[in-house]
Design a protein around this ligand. Sequence first.
Ligand SMILES: [Zn+2]
Length: 324
Amino acid sequence: MPNPLAAGVDIGGTNMVAALVHTTTAEVVIRASIPTEPRRGPEDGFRRLGDLIARLCAEAGVRPADLAGIGVGCTSPIDSERGLVNNPYTLPTWENAPLLPTLMARFGLPGVLLNDAHVAALGEYWAGAGRGARTLIYVTVGTGVGGGIIINGRLHRGVGLLAGEIGHQAIDVNGPMCYCGARGCLEMLAAAPAIERFARERAMESGRMLTLADGDPERITARIVYEAAKAGDPVAVGLMAQTGFYLGVGIANLMNILAPDVVILGGGVAQGWDLLYPSLRETIDARGGMIPFEEVRIEQAALGLNAGVIGAVRGILDHLAGTL
Ligand SMILES: [Zn+2]
């Protein structure tokens, strides 16, 4: 009987995390990470990642061939259909790099490659804040704004398998130009770089933000905005509320279309939950004229750093079940 474990992998620009995850309970049995070091080239990275999976199997006393499969979540852009990573921005040299075919060939196992927001959505749905939901919207807010949408228990992937680019919906059609070619995208208004941009414009009004940034407005980060707001600085409090407002407008748009049970907010900016949530919830509830928005749970992501590996395993399990 095959071992009830599968490998989950989570690849970011800085670290690659691998774990063995129980396929029934979603328990992370063993986990380790290594630096991604993309400039050493994709072949080197794939070999080290494979060695990491092999080491975890040895430590857990499992033969790799007995794993159910390998699920991989990776920072976009990726080619999910062919298992390629094509991300010269975050992973320099990883251009059309055959990540998934390399791992599948080495271990003789089935595999899937999904973007990091999709695996986080699957993870939260399976074992985190979205447990028990039927339809779920996962929004990640950090350097960018991404997302994953689960409809009736299945990840909605759409054409090109990339559905869920929540950050590129227009919130302010006259707003700042986005790299995607549109104006006023949610990402340009609510991601960490946007918070920093707004904060730097108003730095001279906020003694606390300026002090935390050693007097240099250019050194204000989203974390400094959060810390200043936590300490009661009115400008910073306003910036956090503004972020909650923009996210609320974007999330309410999606809620009107999808009527989810649960909306989950993850990513670095979501760590400012206590200061974001009041304006986020108020903005959403003010837009729920047609659908009972008050029945929708809006929650902070629960799996933290394990969302990627757990969700990646859910991805391979759904793939094996024919429901991905
Ligand atoms: Zn955009």
